[in-house]
Design a protein around this ligand. Structure first.
Ligand code: SF4
Ligand code: SF4
Length: 302
C-alpha cells in the first residue's frame, strides 16, 4: 500500500471515449506540456486552484468577508481576485452559493481505486475499466505506476492517456500494467511541436517507437486545430506513423473545441485561441480521409 498522494481534478464515470467499454477516467493534475489549445487548463498546475464562474456570482459579498488574506474585491461590477496570493484554502468556496470552487483534491491510490471499483460490474459487462489521464499522468511517474499496478491487482483493464514526453524508464516501468496506451500526437513537425506545446516531439516519438517495439497496444489520438496543425503534411505524417508502428489499433481524430476558453476565464488565465472555431463535420471527414490515405489502419473521429 502506498501513502503517496496526488491532486485529482476529476474522476469521471461512464466514459465511453477513453478506451474500450464503459470506463472511469481519473484526471491527475499537473502537466509537462503547455499546449496552446489545452481544453483542460485546470489540469496544468499540479496544485489545487480556485475557480470563479462569474455568471453564477450573486454578489452576496460572503467571500470578501471570509478570505483571511482579503483577496476578493469588486470593481465596476467585476469580481476580482488577487490570484497570485491565493493559497487555495477553500474558505471562500465553502460559503459561496456556487460561483467559487476549489479544483483539485489530494487522494491516495487506495482512495482513487475505492471510487473506481464502485463501477466494477459495468466494466465487467462492457469490457471497460480505468483510464488514467490528466494533465499528464507521467508528470507523476511514481504515483501513476502505483495506481496502474494497484488497478491491475484489482483485475481492472487499464488505459493511460499520455503525451509521451517522459523518461523512457518511467514508461518502461508501467508497460506491464497498461493494456492500451492512448498516445497523443499533437504535431509531427518538431519545431512546430515546440511552438505549440513548449517542447519538441523528439522524445515523444522515440518513446512511441519504443513502446511499439515492446509490443504495446496503442491508439494514436490526434487533436486537430484549424490554422495550427490541420496542414496536409501533418495529416499525412500521422497516417504514415500509424502505418509504420506495430500495435496501433486505430487513429482517433479529435477536432478542436473551445471548452478550454471558459475554464481559462474561471482560472483567471488567458486563452490564446479565442479566434479559432470548431470545424464543420465535412472538414473533419476530409482530415480523416487524408490520414487514412496513408494507412490501412482504421481512422475515426474520437
Ligand atoms: S460568495 Fe460567491 S456568490 Fe457571494 S460574492 Fe463571493 S463569489 Fe459571489
Ligand atoms: S481560496 Fe482562500 S486564500 Fe484564496 S481567495 Fe479563497 S479564501 Fe482567499
Amino acid at each position: 500500500m502506498s501513502d503517496e498522494k496526488c491532486f485529482v481534478f476529476n474522476i469521471q464515470k461512464f466514459c465511453v471515449n477513453d478506451g474500450p467499454g464503459i470506463r472511469t477516467t481519473v484526471f491527475l493534475k499537473g502537466c509537462i506540456l503547455d499546449c496552446l489549445w489545452c481544453h483542460n487548463p485546470e489540469s496544468k498546475s499540479p496544485k489545487k486552484q480556485l475557480m470563479l464562474n462569474e455568471s453564477r456570482c450573486i454578489g452576496c459579498g460572503e467571500c470578501l468577508r471570509v478570505c483571511p488574506l482579503e483577496l476578493h474585491s469588486f470593481s465596476d461590477g467585476k469580481h476580482l481576485i488577487e490570484r497570485d496570493k491565493c493559497t487555495a484554502c477553500g474558505k471562500c468556496a465553502e460559503v459561496c452559493s456556487g460561483a467559487l470552487e476549489i479544483c483539485g483534491k489530494e487522494m491516495t491510490v487506495d482512495e482513487i481505486l475505492q471510487e473506481v471499483n464502485k463501477d466494477a460490474s459495468f466494466y465487467k459487462n462492457s469490457g471497460g475499466g480505468m483510464t488514467v489521464s490528466g494533465g499528464e499522468p507521467l508528470a507523476h511517474p511514481r504515483f501513476t505506476y502505483e495506481l496502474l499496478k494497484a488497478a491491475k491487482g484489482h483485475g481492472l483493464h487499464t488505459c493511460i492517456e499520455t503525451c509521451g514526453h517522459a523518461k523512457w524508464e518511467d514508461i518502461e516501468a508501467i508497460l506491464p500494467f497498461v493494456d492500451i496506451f492512448l498516445w497523443d500526437v499533437k504535431e509531427t513537425d518538431s519545431a512546430l511541436h515546440k511552438k505549440y506545446t513548449g517542447v519538441t516531439n523528439d522524445r515523444i516519438l522515440d518513446n512511441l517507437h519504443r513502446i511499439s517495439e515492446a509490443g504495446a497496444s496503442i491508439v494514436l489520438r490526434c487533436p486537430i486545430i484549424p490554422g495550427y496543425n490541420d496542414r496536409n503534411e501533418h495529416l499525412t505524417a500521422i497516417g504514415r506513423l500509424a502505418e509504420e508502428l506495430y500495435g496501433v489499433t486505430h487513429v482517433e481524430v479529435e477536432p478542436y473545441h473551445s471548452l478550454g476558453s471558459h475554464k481559462c476565464t474561471e482560472l483567471g488565465c488567458t486563452y490564446e485561441l479565442d479566434e479559432v472555431s470548431a470545424p464543420e463535420d465535412k472538414t473533419v471527414e476530409e482530415w480523416i480521409k487524408i490520414i487514412a490515405s496513408q494507412t490501412k489502419k482504421d481512422v475515426r473521429k474520437a
